[in-house]
Design a protein around this ligand. Structure first.
Ligand code: DGY
Length: 327
């Protein structure tokens, strides 16, 4: 009888038990069990003989890959893969996979939550009640801004952008503007989204949602001159990657009230440094990069990433294959 040797893989981030069970059915695996995320040096020490790596975040670069001569695939449990050095992976013939689509609605929900929280000052006023500050006669000082029937500008009209547009259009009666590398006919047909220049979007939108992947072209795409074009009442929301924004320019725009406020799920440096001036600004809502963090979506993402890894190791071409790494 022929014995089939299972490929060896390493699981670098915690995964739900059902995902581990699935990996175990198809692979021989070891996993990181430390309490803190493993360092690049620790990761390097675990991948010398593996063919697959299941991970999320953390730089996958030439220095690391030199420790993994047998590696065939790196599967990330995220839609973003800006942590992959694509050239280094390509040179070594290593495939990469990510988990698009499965998280669209969950991330879009959080974006709406940030829009609403900043506009209606939810965390600030929650604190106000907790501190016992509720006095008769307080009214105008508690006013916020409407979300419904305002103009929503989406930069980066991919599948998450469309999920935000759907909520804005049908949930809140908003007019949708968008800017993207390419026109998105689906968004135009389904949500009456209007394609505009970046300048028009910045000048006309009440809410500006940045949802573009981080690449060399998008790094710091929103900076001083972009904030200067926004309305004084504009609310800026970033759920993409912190480095798509010049964070110092954002801080100045918030301090100088060039814009009304911001909702941020991502930062230039994560975790946020305790000295970051954003922490002391009242007109921002800050979240710890939790766009896709619901139990179900994280399970789905982990399972999807595991399936992609196994598929590549079995010679398949899963849907999540990163196109830049395909021949
Ligand atoms: C992603 O999937 O890229 C989200 O930012 C969660 O990490």
């Amino acid at each position: 009888m022929m014995t089939i040797t299972k490929p060896k893989v390493f699981i670098a981030r915690p995964v739900p038990p059902e995902v581990e069970e699935y990996v175990g059915k198809h692979c021989t695996y070891s996993k990181w069990e430390g309490e803190k995320p493993l360092t690049p040096e620790q990761l390097a020490g675990h991948i010398a003989d593996v063919e697959g790596l299941l991970t999320a975040g953390g730089r996958i670069d030439a220095e690391l890959l030199d420790h993994a001569p047998h590696l065939k695939v790196v599967s990330t449990m995220s839609v973003g893969y800006n942590n992959f050095d694509l050239d280094a992976m390509k040179q070594r013939g290593i495939k990469g996979t990510n988990t698009p689509d499965v998280l669209n609605d969950t991330v879009a929900d959080l974006i709406m939550a940030m829009m609403l929280s900043v506009a209606r000052r939810v965390p600030e006023l929650d604190n106000y009640v907790r501190e016992g500050s509720w006095k008769r006669g307080d009214n105008e000082s508690l006013f916020g801004l409407d979300v419904h029937h305002k103009t929503l500008g989406i930069i980066g009209m991919g599948s998450i952008g469309r999920a935000v547009a759907r909520r804005g259009k049908f949930g809140f009666g908003m007019d949708i503007l968008y800017h993207n590398r390419n026109r998105n006919e689906q968004a135009e047909q389904e949500y009456d989204a209007v394609y505009v220049t970046m300048e028009e979007l910045l000048e006309q939108s009440d809410f500006i949602v940045l949802m573009t992947p981080l690449t060399d072209e998008t790094r710091h795409m929103i900076g001083e001159s972009e904030f200067a074009k926004m309305k004084e009442t504009a609310i800026f929301v970033n759920a993409s990657r912190g480095q798509t924004v010049d964070e110092e320019a954002l801080i100045r725009a918030l301090q100088n009230k060039t814009i009304y406020g911001a909702g941020l799920d991502v930062f230039d440096k994560e975790p946020v440094h305790p000295d970051n001036p954003l922490l002391s600004l009242p007109n921002v809502v800050l979240l710890p990069h939790i766009g896709s963090s619901t139990e179900k979506t994280r399970l789905d993402m982990a399972m999807r990433a595991a399936e992609h890894m196994v598929s590549v190791l079995q010679g398949g071409t899963p849907a999540g294959l990163i196109k830049e790494l395909c021949d």
